[in-house]
Design a binder for this molecule. Structure first.
Ligand SMILES: C[S@@+](CC[C@H](N)C(=O)[O-])C[C@H]1O[C@@H](n2cnc3c(N)ncnc32)[C@H](O)[C@@H]1O
Length: 245
């Protein structure tokens, strides 16, 4: 009898150890999430994913809302932000996105999404995030959606698309009460479009945020003058805005 009681206890103890081990191991694997992306790893991820989702695209026709000498339709280029061969923004993105990796339940907004390689990267990096893609001409990403999905993009259905004009921006309705943790402006790149958009977005930023502005070398001077409460860090064609501590 005593033998059976001891045997039962041994079985219970062994089962407890096995179940506890399995649960903690699962939590470890699950909790690991993006923690594996330290420094260079994240840079590498960004460069590889941009290539994976189509890489450089050129002469893409975009309706750009504002006339210029050749009319409203322009030839846009994209898929060129991460690689060192083109803009080489991967190290900057990696540096400022790092703090968001452990808690990827964020709201990320990108304006100027063209064929959507950026949205696909953000969606994969922030699997639990709300990814909002904005553009005046959503035709290019919509026509490319089949390709992006064939590459595994948006399997977690966390992308939403909205029409948006950087010269007449409206964000409140789109956010529906959320605030923005990460904002990326890769729209028309003029000072006017960037500053008008920034003015609309500022009241909707989270307390802690990062705001990237691509492909403009001088707008940071105006931003620093207008928003002394923010830090506007400039590195060549990229400006990154963050709150002052
Ligand atoms: C340089 S491309 C974006 C490239 C893209 N982010 C990528 O990495 O592949 C510029 C984008 O801005 C969009 N755009 C141009 N004028 C705009 C406007 N007034 N408002 C919003 N988006 C605009 C174009 O349709 C185009 O998709």
């Amino acid at each position: 009898m005593i033998f059976y009681i001891i045997l039962c206890w041994v079985i219970v103890i062994i089962l407890t150890i096995v179940i506890w081990g399995a649960v903690t191991q699962w939590k470890f694997v699950k909790g690991k999430g993006n923690e594996g992306f330290q420094g260079k790893n994240l840079e590498k991820f960004l460069i590889e994913k941009e290539k994976h989702f189509g890489g450089l695209v050129q002469d893409v026709k975009c309706d750009c809302s504002v006339s210029h000498p050749n009319g409203r339709i322009r030839n846009c280029q994209g898929g060129d932000r991460m690689s060192g061969i083109y803009h080489n923004y991967a190290p900057i993105y990696a540096k400022y996105l790092q703090p968001y990796l452990n808690n990827d339940n964020i709201v990320l907004v990108e304006v100027g999404i063209l064929k959507g390689s950026g949205c696909a990267i953000w969606s994969e990096l922030f699997k639990n995030g709300r990814i909002i893609g904005l553009d005046y001409d959503l035709g290019n990403i919509k026509n490319n959606m089949k390709f992006l999905k064939s590459k595994g993009a948006f399997s977690n259905n966390n992308l939403e698309l909205h029409n948006f004009d950087s010269y007449k921006p409206k964000i409140k309705k789109i956010l529906n009460g959320d605030t923005i943790d990460i904002f990326i402006d890769d729209g028309p790149h003029t000072d006017k479009a960037i500053l008008t958009t920034l003015e609309e977005i500022v009241p909707h930023l989270s307390k802690k945020f990062v705001y990237f502005i691509e492909d403009n070398t001088q707008v940071h001077v105006k931003i620093r003058a207008r928003y002394p409460k923010f830090k506007a860090i400039n590195d060549g064609q990229m400006t990154v805005i963050i709150p002052r501590e």
